[in-house]
Design a protein around this ligand. Structure first.
Ligand SMILES: [Zn+2]
Ligand SMILES: [Zn+2]
Length: 137
């Protein structure tokens, strides 16, 4: 895919990243929902995420293996990444243009609250199935 630009709400954090493919994932886990005020729509950009400068980059240590990046000025969530920084799952909503991206999979479907659901036909995985697939248990 082509490299895309993006930024936080206030513009203090500007970045570029190259999605591996057009498959958007959405995470329904309680951590993502609390941290993003919604379900987390994001795309795998491998290790291509690069910031113009990191002055306003905050990093929250959200679990043993992962951390979350956000703007310290406006609070916009930008990414979830593994601590070795090789896997960066970037917020689709932070990109300037979501173009031809499509909703492909839903993870932690077992933590999705009953008050919403999406009409798209997606591949759905429970938290347990996720950990098994990505080998992070
Ligand atoms: Zn900002
Ligand atoms: Zn999550």
């Amino acid at each position: 895919m082509t490299t895309r630009s993006g930024q936080c709400l206030c513009g203090a954090l500007k970045f570029t990243a190259t999605p591996k493919n057009g498959d958007v994932g959405v995470c329904h886990c309680a951590t993502c929902r609390r941290g993003t005020a919604g379900s987390y729509f994001a795309i795998d950009c491998g290790d291509t995420l690069a910031f113009e400068n990191e002055n306003a980059l905050g990093v929250y240590n959200s679990s043993e293996w992962a951390e979350r990046g956000f703007c310290t000025k406006c609070g916009s969530p930008i990414f979830w990444r593994t601590k070795d920084k090789t896997v960066n799952i970037v917020s689709v909503n932070a990109f300037d243009d979501a173009g031809e991206l499509r909703l492909d999979h839903e993870v932690f479907i077992d933590e999705k609250p009953a008050y919403y659901s999406f009409a798209e036909k997606t591949k759905q995985m429970t938290g347990e199935e996720c950990f098994a697939e990505f080998g992070k248990s």
